[in-house]
Design a protein around this ligand. Structure first.
Ligand code: PEP
Ligand code: MN
Length: 444
């Protein structure tokens, strides 16, 4: 990997959702420093993920992508990272075993620090301040000092991402993710929850299968480690392009801040800077598609981001809302498929289903999340296309941010543990419930 000049072609185009830094010189200095830092991922790993996503696009594998809406600097702790990873590993096992499909595991992790906002300002009790845009930009506290964008936070994002990724790599390759640990991941959970008990029954079956294989003399290396990738929304283009480098193997540009990056619903303008930036990098790319997306929008994004029609390059992450997915999705899938493209279709059942509870908490109903996934599967079944995966906001902590689930959380419970820095996340029990239900839909 050579440290060549990053791709800056996006700079002449309108870039939505960028912070307004009070001191542009300070930003330039930070960007210059970031450009000298080592890559967080190896370009070859991004290629590996593109190959895995190609299998998803062709209908041979399923994507599980999940993590916080917004990671927070003060949540970079061993326990929180481990519990998030554990939740994803448990979901992965449920999907792999119960749906009998290879599962590609990607975290919204180690870089998911930047948030697009529907309003640039927030008003409380007559006071108006800039909105919180994620820990990479400003602080959550409602004070003028905290809300002032600070470019030094970009460096903190890099370091927080590096230490998170380091621990994730240690867990996934150093024995913690060994399939023989399938019970251990559940130990703190099994007695307390219906989904934990359901998981335990599945883990027993896996144990039996592993014991049988071992008795036959087979103990494959694949069971010892887990392939796990990082991803985040490529929102702050100064940061992303400072971490974009020419790969010495291929001479191509890679954004080495993560294996996969995606473009959000608010920044996918065809003539905008985010699409331009993503068109220049070789990583697998996701694009969020909301309910106003037209087939022409999808086709134009395809031409910009996947001109060579390369399976695995482009993933459409559909977030229509439970009430719209059955209406809006078929036309998109039909026209994209008719164009000859092989993209991965993934459902984000979270972002189209957010509402404000009477208590003022931003929340989502587990049943709406499930219904959007159901609608997504129905559409693909009808069209004979592949429901390629789920993209969800979750945490390993027992938070009370979304209502419903087998271990039911009521609207009146929301205040107990409402800790998210941005959107409401599924807790561990709700995440496992979802994995069981998705596995069942996949089999049917
Ligand atoms: C998100 O993924 O947190 C997000 C902001 O999503 P979207 O771009 O789909 O609104
Ligand atoms: Mn979100």
């Amino acid at each position: 990997m050579n440290l060549h000049g990053p791709s800056r072609s996006w700079q002449s185009l309108p870039a939505a959702q960028q912070p307004e830094y009070p001191d542009p010189q300070a930003l330039r200095e930070v960007v210059a420093d970031l450009a000298s830092y080592p890559p967080l991922v190896f370009a070859g790993e991004a290629d590996q993920l593109r190959t895995r996503m190609a299998a998803v696009a062709r209908g041979e594998a399923f994507l599980l992508q999940g993590g916080d809406c917004a990671e927070a600097f003060d949540a970079v702790s061993a326990d929180q990272i481990r519990d998030k990873l554990k939740t994803l590993l448990q979901m992965g096992v449920v999907l792999t075993y119960a749906a009998s499909v290879p599962v590609v595991k990607v975290g919204r992790i180690a870089g998911q620090y930047s948030k697009p906002r529907s309003s640039p300002t927030e008003t409380r009790d007559g006071v108006t301040l800039p909105s919180y845009r994620g820990d990479s930009v400003n602080g959550q506290a409602f004070t003028e000092a905290a809300r002032m964008p600070d470019p030094q936070r970009l460096k903190r994002m890099y370091h927080a991402s590096a230490s998170t990724l380091n621990l994730v790599r240690a867990f996934t390759t150093g024995g913690y993710a060994d399939l023989h640990q399938v019970h251990a991941w559940n130990q703190d959970f099994v007695k307390s929850s219906p989904s934990g008990r359901r998981y335990e029954a599945l883990a027993r079956e896996i144990d039996n299968a592993l014991n049988f294989m071992q008795a036959c003399g087979a103990d494959p290396e694949e069971f010892r480690t887990v392939e796990f990738f990082s991803s985040h929304e490529a929102l702050l283009l100064d940061y992303e392009s400072a971490l974009t480098r020419v790969d010495s193997r291929t001479g191509r540009l890679y954004d080495v801040s993560a294996h996969m990056v995606w473009i959000g619903e608010r920044t996918r303008q065809l003539g905008g800077a985010h699409v331009e930036f993503a068109s220049k990098i070789r990583n697998p790319i996701g694009v969020k598609l909301g309910p106003t997306t037209t087939p022409d929008d999808a086709l134009a994004l395809l031409d910009r981001l996947d001109p060579d029609r390369e399976p695995g390059r482009l993933t459409f992450v559909v977030r229509m809302g439970a009430d719209k997915v059955r209406d809006k999705l078929p036309e998109l899938v039909e026209k994209v498929t008719a164009s000859g493209a092989v993209v991965a279709w993934v459902t984000d059942p979270m972002h189209g289903n957010t509402f404000e509870a009477a208590s003022g908490h931003k929340t989502r109903r587990f049943d709406d999340v499930l219904d959007e996934v159901k609608g997504f599967f129905e559409v693909h079944k009808e069209l004979g296309t592949h429901p390629g995966g789920i993209h969800v906001e979750l945490t390993g902590d027992d938070v009370t941010e979304c209502v419903g689930g087998g271990d039911e959380i009521l609207v009146d419970d929301l205040h107990h543990r409402y800790e998210t820095a941005c959107d409401p996340r599924l807790n561990r029990s709700q995440s496992l419930d979802l994995a069981f239900l998705v596995a069942q839909m996949y089999r049917e």
